[in-house]
Write a protein that binds this ligand. Sequence first.
Ligand code: AHR
Length: 500
Amino acid sequence: MASSKSQILIDTKRTIASISPLLFGGFVEHMGRCVYEGIYDPESPLADEHGFRTDVLAALRDQGYTTIRYPGGNFLSGYNWLDGVGPKDKRPRRRELAWQSIETNQFGTNEFMEFCKAIDAAPMMAVNMGTGTIQSASDLVEYCNVEGGTYWSDLRASHGARDPHDVRYWCVGNEMDGPWQIGHLDAVTYGNKALEAAKMMKWQDPTIKTILCGSSNDYMPTYPEWDRTALEIAWEHMDYHSMHYYTANHDGDTTSYLASAVAFERFVNTLEGTLRYVKAKRRSKHDVYLSWDEWQVWYSQMDLVQGNWTEAPHIAEDVYSLEDALVVAQWLNVFLRKSNVLKIACVAQIVNVISWLQTRNDGLLKQPSYYSFKLVSNLARGEALDVLVKAPLVETKQYDGVPALDVSASYDAEAKTGAVFIVNRSQTETLVTDVVWQDTKGVQIEKAWQLADSDAKAFNSWDAPDRVVAKEITVPVVENGRSTLTLPPLSFTVLSTRTA
Ligand code: AHR
């Protein structure tokens, strides 16, 4: 890579779209130790009166989650939501087939709503389209959202939840394109079932927003035909189309892995094109947006992840390093850059399972990507900006030449605050970079942070929990509308700004 001075040009009038707050969502599934021993652990000395781990709640609040999707995941497609409501001692203990675990049902819909309140996040529920019927989907909406005076709403009240839960966002199934899914369907059958379910659900509550199952990854043989087919059938009754995508550095090709934003952006662009195509074909005035409601780096292989019929098995508890945190940062950059069409995103999952947060009886470990997410979710506000970037290219096996800098930015005109998010994906080059504030007189950088290490594989452990953390760095000065940054290789740098 030939090194030369890089530039980031920012004009607060060059906007992409408003940043949807729901881009900073998370996902909770009854899988492994996400629910039990993760968010809910009544036996723990760290538990509050609801049985929630207080250290986990504090970390989730710190990350600023805005919405939480629940209860699955592959778990959803074999789940009868009635198992998880009512007196706890009457709830059935069941074999859970998706992850071959034992489900005690001590945590269910009403506990989930309490949990969402505790972290001030909006609930995003999912209805079972595998073993579940359109009737059970409709009943769950009535149970959650209808005031009272009917069978299901009165049942909720009798379970101690007098006020309706007022759940706005509803996923109609999970990964129904996947042969691994309990009750997997072809696209036409799923499209029709989802349409009929959504009709009933919206008759129960016309204010809800529904989310159709899209492809489970871009390597699915049915992608993107699945998306087109299901969308064409269910378009008018859906508000969002879901995307799922997991990645990892399986081949040890760190150079390509650190250019993952190319693949993320391509996935969104294809589905954005599909949405436009279907809207035109249907001559529709209705819009459907994208919901990236499962995304994360995932190393353990899904088909090997099984619980051996135990409660809260330790499965899919991955160790993440700096390179994974830099990929997460790029993922969030893509969310901002595609915020015209991407309105919801949920990291899978928020604790223990495929997560940057790990619990032990006596504590909590934050892995490096925790800091990538926290910085972006707390600072990206207002409009996403269309940033111009000039940087040398990094040659990769998978994506050819990719600019060494991956950048996004936001600006909140009302608050007069902004943020810039910069990944230097080069493993060798320090990039001296000019940030040019093209239109803003009187901009000042208020704070700056950096997540960096000379080793792409550096990680945090129980013995060294703070090896890779975001650190505040010296605030670069702005002179004549320019700031010069020195961006080390393998780094994520974040600036927060204020305009006079
Ligand atoms: O998040 C883990 C699993 O990944 C989910 O259950 C499923 O939807 C996806 O394949």
